[in-house]
Design a protein around this ligand. Sequence first.
Ligand SMILES: Nc1ncnc2c1ncn2[C@@H]1O[C@H](COP(=O)(O)OP(=O)(O)OP(=O)(O)O)[C@@H](O)[C@H]1O
Length: 303
Amino acid sequence: MTILATEGLTKRFPRVTALDRLTVTAGPGVTGLVGANGAGKSTLIKILLGLLPPTEGRAAVLGLDPATQALDIRRKVGYMPEHDCLPPDVSATEFTVHMARMSGLPRGAARERAADTLRHVGLYEERYRPIGGYSTGMKQRVKLAQALVHDPSLLFLDEPTNGLDPRGRDDMLALIRRIGAEFGISVVVTSHLLGELERVCDHVIVIDGGRLLRSSAIGEFTQATHSITVEVEEGGEALAERLRAAGHAVTEHGRLLIVDDGAPGTHDLVRDAVCDLNLSLVRLEQGRHRIEDVFREEAAAHV
Ligand SMILES: Nc1ncnc2c1ncn2[C@@H]1O[C@H](COP(=O)(O)OP(=O)(O)OP(=O)(O)O)[C@@H](O)[C@H]1O
């Protein structure tokens, strides 16, 4: 099944070509739309929602044409815009109920759905306070809740991690993964931060200057390498030392250790070393190429 498809999609503004003959498709699951600021991500979403007409080309969302069936699309799609667009004087509950009513839900159902959705996105007692006093992370959650409240089949999330601190970012990414996996809602999520999408996406579309650079399943971006990634809460240096003493090449990237996996038994060795040193293991997994590396190589090849 195709969730979205474009063919020769072009959008020219007076001074800039935001999309340049973009032909791409995406299936169900979580799709990352990656590109630097100004790459054309928001423009693409606005065209797919029928908010902006393309200059040339065609698009389809859930089999519907944004040029003629925009209302049908909006019934089935939730949209979390990039910029702050929340009214400061009302509470998250009032706002989300209002958005549910706008989608056609009766009053009682709108209240129930709003309460459920706000709980899902992690807003509890504070949902009764005016939005104006919320942190950026809480505002992002309200934007997500209003996109989810009418039970869409597809969500467009435009830069949902913008302005969040690392913890807030992790929470938001986990939430997106859950929406995709547990609720079976397909998600198109944009980011200019390539690295963060590899954790949550099934498929990644990379655009640059309005053109398609690459569209692939995440596995093709991030093939296994001959290395193991290890993360411990504390004591990374001691662990690195121990593994080096056992003859393994180890590089440190912040809290992550990348351990050369040339010989059999490396996983066991890491496990035993973590145990001996009494460390808390956060992660022990096969190393993968990172989207960021692939993007850098492909962007360089296009210059
Ligand atoms: N309404 C508009 N009028 C004129 N130019 C526009 C308009 N909207 C977008 N652009 C331009 O089109 C290009 C693509 O913008 P777009 O917002 O789609 O990029 P983006 O990838 O979403 O980046 P960002 O994350 O910074 O918003 C940019 O050069 C932008 O300045």
